[in-house]
Design a protein around this ligand. Sequence first.
Ligand code: HEC
Ligand code: HEC
Length: 208
Amino acid sequence: MLRAGLFVIMLWGAPASAQSVEMGAKVFARCAICHEIGLGAGSRQGPQLNELLGRRAGDLPDFNYSAALREAGQNGLVWTAETLAEFIARPRHFEPGSRMIFRGLRNPAEVEDVVAYLASLQTPDQIAMRTGKALVETYCGACHATGLEDLGPHTAAPAFRDLHRRYDVADLAEALVEGLSSGHPEMPEFEFEPDQAEAIIAYLKSLE
Ligand code: HEC
Ligand code: HEC
């Protein structure tokens, strides 16, 4: 049985205070030496950080990541409030082999504030949808078509954009948490955290 996700994901914690977001924007000045964010942001010394929450680690095609970060993403590392906080506090410890030359923010309040700032740039719906997309690309894309137009690698696996023709995809929520399996021997059984399941449903609905 495959345990989905290397990390327990907390997608939607208590909403951050406006003060925390404001402090976080100031802390971000230290990141901005290497990272751009916002309209027209591009990758410089570090990758651009737009729509970061819900993004798979090491996923931008135009940035030359370390093999360590790219592989972590392929193995299921998705940026959430929690994984980001761990990474920012101790980049090397969290992801040995990372090329981010930054010793990390040692003050937990600064970490919390900068994560609050980054999260404030996306709505909870956008975060959920992006997380769902990252999860299905990671765990399901080996067999199913997961986008609007792609052809699935496995002819017997239905394209996710067609699932809603057969049933309400919201009905999958319980199965995703308690163990999703199909009659097909090749499909591994999955168990997701409840908020991961919610994110997957949000993404599947966006395909309808
Ligand atoms: C000295 C330059 C530098 C500074 C300062 C820096 N970073 Fe980075 N960052 C990088 C590089 C380079 C990478 C790519 C690492 C790799 O490929 O292993 C990276 C990667 C990241 C990633 C992963 C992005 C992805 O696409 O997976 C995040 C998130 C991130 N940095 C956030 C931050 C935050 C937040 C700060 C400030 C607290 C910060 N960084 C400070 C250079 C920097
Ligand atoms: C190794 C290949 C493989 C992987 C990985 C895989 N599937 Fe499947 N899946 C299949 C195949 C093949 C079928 C068709 C089964 C059938 O027709 O009985 C299927 C069927 C399904 C169905 C339809 C079941 C039904 O009865 O209508 C759903 C929903 C589904 N998969 C969801 C997922 C999700 C969500 C993931 C990722 C978390 C995933 N699958 C990963 C191969 C895979």
